[in-house]
Design a protein around this ligand. Structure first.
Ligand SMILES: *Cc1c(COP(=O)(O)O)cnc(C)c1O
Length: 397
């Protein structure tokens, strides 16, 4: 049997793989501390679950319109107006089976052979592979830790060619935990408008921010950039709903229309029950959120302080999401039992096998000097994991 050519260019999601490996080791009875998870360790709030139960019991179990119910689209339109200052109508919204699916629909609708898509590194693992799956070319632009991992307008403009189709932005960022200030977005928007480059803005962590960081939607910065932007969001992170699978996109009518046509031939509507739960998530009380963010904030401060106290490790203070992204490259070249740690993959393997701590290697995000630790896990697990990492780093020679 021969598989399609496009399959050869991609890899399974490395973050999901680390999480699966840690879970498998746990199932074998090994005491692993998992920092791999890309999801909140909180349960979905009860009012949202109750809305789902009600939908189920009342028989809301049939197909819905492909791009989502009008009720849910209206809740999303309200949210985007209230939180993000952007005014949409129903024809410019599509609801999909997770934000990852929304991003994939965008990729299918916009990218094709010969197209280039600019992706600032460190990037979320699925962006390049979704570009490759649609026969286009990811153009990776490195950003610097000292610049807050922000893509500058100059670096963006330099990467643009006549083949450039889009730029993918993610703020606050997975994996860095850093975010784009408004001024940086303005400068990027100016370049995008001048060169007519689409901007795909993944804002899934907008609600999880710290130290007064204010998330800004690039589409809110003016009509011209709004017409070039597809804003992606969802409920997985903000409402602890990863398993429910619901995301959405808001953008120009023709792009959303194309995405809806594609979705009508692939998955049809997202789960009807989840859609009812999503209406409650968006319109109902939001008091769950500050409680979750306050807990993440405590862990964030602790984990970053512990990481920075380890010689050879340095970690910037995140302003969003729930990831710490320490630089560990000063440790490269050191050895354990004669075996040299050459890069982030070796480091992650060493920590997993010797310290029983699961982290994601930075090379998965296009940043081999780093590793990613999710602090969406209990404080006691974080303490135990950091004790182990500290000890394992000291054992290197
Ligand atoms: C988790 C995550 C997503 C995907 O979210 P789903 O709605 O669960 O598909 C998209 N982008 C980033 C950066 C993420 O971390």
């Amino acid at each position: 049997m021969s598989l399609a050519e496009r399959v050869k260019g991609i890899k399974p999601s490395p973050t999901l793989a680390v999480d699966a490996r840690a879970k498998a080791m746990k199932a074998e009875g090994i005491d692993v501390v998992g920092f791999g998870a890309g999801e909140p360790d909180f349960d979905t709030p009860d009012n949202i679950k109750e809305a789902a139960v009600k939908a189920l019991k009342s028989g809301f179990t049939k197909y819905t319109p492909v791009g989502g119910t009008d009720e849910l689209k209206d809740a999303i339109i309200n949210k985007l107006k209230k939180d993000n200052g952007i005014q949409y109508d129903r024809s410019r919204i599509i609801v999909s089976t997770g934000a990852k699916h929304s991003l994939y629909n965008v990729a299918q609708a916009l990218y094709g052979p010969g197209d280039e898509v600019i992706i600032p590194a460190p990037y979320w693992v699925s962006y390049p592979d979704q570009v490759i799956l649609n026969d286009a070319k990811p153009v990776i632009v490195q950003t610097e830790e000292k610049g807050g991992f922000v893509l500058t307008a100059e670096a963006f403009e330099k990467a643009i060619t006549p083949k450039t189709k889009a730029l993918i932005l993610n703020s606050p960022s997975n994996p860095t935990g850093l975010g784009y200030p408004k001024e940086a977005l303005k400068a990027i928007a100016e370049v995008a408008v001048r060169h007519k480059v689409m901007v795909i803005s993944d804002e899934i962590y907008e609600k999880i921010t710290y130290d007064g960081f204010r998330h800004v939607s690039i589409a809110s910065l003016g009509k011209e950039i709004e017409d070039l932007t597809v804003t992606i969001n969802g409920l997985s992170k903000s409402h602890a709903m990863t398993g429910w699978r619901l995301g959405y996109a808001a953008g120009p009518k023709d792009v959303i229309g194309a995405m809806t046509k594609i979705q009508s031939q692939s998955t049809s509507n997202p789960c009807s029950i989840t859609q009812k739960a999503a209406v409650e998530a968006l319109n109902g009380p939001q008091d769950f959120l500050p409680v979750m963010v306050a807990e993440f904030d405590k862990r964030r401060k602790y984990i970053v302080e512990r990481l920075n106290s380890i010689s050879g490790v340095s970690c910037p203070m995140p302003v969003g999401a729930f990831y710490a992204f320490p630089r560990v490259s000063p440790l490269y070249g050191r050895k354990f039992n004669g075996k040299e740690i050459k890069g982030s993959a070796d480091m992650a393997a060493y920590l997993l096998e010797e310290a029983k701590v699961a982290v994601v290697s930075g090379d998965a995000f296009g940043a081999d000097d780093y590793i990613r630790l999710s602090y969406a896990t209990s404080m006691s697990a974080i303490e135990k994991g950091l004790d182990r990492i500290e000890k394992a780093v000291k054992a290197l020679s």
